[in-house]
Ligand binder design. Structure first.
Ligand code: PLP
Length: 384
């Protein structure tokens, strides 16, 4: 009989009984959206929890990315990474912006600052890096380039909820940072997202843009969109916040066990922890190299046979999808490090409700091929 499936992630859900009072309040006051009380409370609570100045909530992270670009009036070309979820580059296309892909750093797997300058043209207006897996980009090097060339920086921080570096929240870098609260993320509101911004004026522009451009009943200042988060999602977010530290704590335990059990496995590389960074353990990527007994895809297939739904994040590269592959910057020769990572990576299951037994099942599958290897040949002189 097939064993029960283990997914790469499972959304954290607080006890249902704790959510009912929030729903009762919504049913009573009949405010369902348009910046209602839960929406306002969640913006404040998140700004406090994350240690950032301003937050504008959104219906999802993709709308937040699209709006962040609108808020700063970005156009022309934007430098970004091919090693991410498609929404990063899609947000550029939705704004009529040309993505320019730059290769990633082999250690951080984030945009390589040393390769950015060569990709800047007179049309470049901004850089959109991604804190991939919640591991911080080289924010200082990126800011230096942006300052030198007068470029804006919008971080796709969809994976980086709660991550801190020595200067505080990772979300305070650049001009704007965008979060996703999708069901698969560390902090979820079913669907949801947010833009983190440093000043009240920018937040006001973002708030107008996410509400069709309305400033008041009769004034529309921009061709805005409907990007608002509903009261049900915001209420759920408030409840999630009460549980987030416990959820992050359990993720850390799972991360520690994977590292302990997998570091000595030949051909499996865990990404190094980053010094001075408080991580969120959003993902557990490993790189499968040639000296592992199976290829990455054979190991992936074996996991699937055993009903363990590991994922190849991020394969294929964004630059390999049909709407991008014709761009000069999408050539694989320009993106050798990203291509190598995409061919070797597997993200292992990690989520707060994962049991120790399920984690052991994952570890055993990785170790299994070694017990199937033929025993080494006896030394020839032993039989002479
Ligand atoms: C890096 C990255 N950017 C953007 C998004 C889009 O966020 P959402 O699903 O909330 O629209 C996601 C995830 O879904 C993501 O992983």
């Amino acid at each position: 009989m097939a064993q029960k499936p283990i997914f790469v992630t499972q959304p954290y859900m607080p006890p249902l009984a704790e959510f009912l009072p929030y729903l009762e309040e919504i049913w009573q006051n009949r405010v369902l959206t348009n910046g209602g009380p839960f929406h306002q409370q969640l913006e404040q609570a998140l700004a406090d929890y994350l240690g950032v100045k301003h937050i504008a909530l959104f219906a999802n992270g993709t709308l937040a990315l699209v709006t962040a670009l609108q808020a700063l009036r970005i156009n022309g070309e934007v430098i970004t990474t091919p090693y991410s979820f498609v929404a990063t580059a899609h947000s550029l296309l939705w704004n009529g912006i040309k993505p320019v892909f730059v290769d990633i750093d082999p250690v951080s797997l984030n945009l390589d600052p040393a390769k950015i300058e060569a990709a800047i043209t007179p049309q470049t207006t901004a850089i959109m890096p991604v804190h991939c897996y919640g591991r911080p980009c080289d924010v200082d090097a990126i800011q230096k380039i942006a300052d030198n060339y007068n470029l804006r920086v919008i971080y796709d921080a969809a994976h980086a909820f709660g991550v801190k570096d020595e200067q505080g929240s990772i979300l305070s870098h650049g001009d704007l940072s965008v979060l996703s609260f999708h069901a698969t993320k560390v902090f979820n509101t079913f669907e949801g997202g947010a833009i983190v911004c440093p000043d009240a004026k920018t937040k006001q522009r973002i708030d107008h843009l996410k509400n069709f451009g309305f400033v008041d009943e009769t004034t529309v200042v921009a061709a805005g969109i409907n990007g608002k988060m509903s009261e049900v999602n915001a209420a759920f977010g408030l409840l999630q916040l009460k549980h987030i530290d416990a959820a992050l704590g359990r993720r850390k335990e799972i991360d520690t066990v994977y590292r302990r059990e997998l570091t000595s496995v030949r051909g499996i590389t865990c990404l190094e922890s980053v010094a001075g960074v408080q991580p969120n353990h959003a993902y557990f990527p490993v790189l499968v190299s040639a000296n592992y007994p199976l290829t990455r895809d054979q190991l992936y297939a074996r996991f699937r046979e055993r009903n363990v739904m590991v994922r190849r994040y991020f394969y294929p590269l964004i630059s390999d999808f049909p709407m991008y592959r014709g761009l000069p910057s999408a050539q694989r020769s320009n993106l050798a490090v990203a291509a190598g990572a995409a061919d070797r990576v597997l993200c292992l299951p990690i989520y707060p409700d994962m049991s120790d037994a399920d984690q052991q099942r994952v570890i055993d599958i990785i170790r299994e091929p070694f017990s199937e290897e033929p025993a080494p040949a006896q030394a020839a002189d032993a039989v002479l």
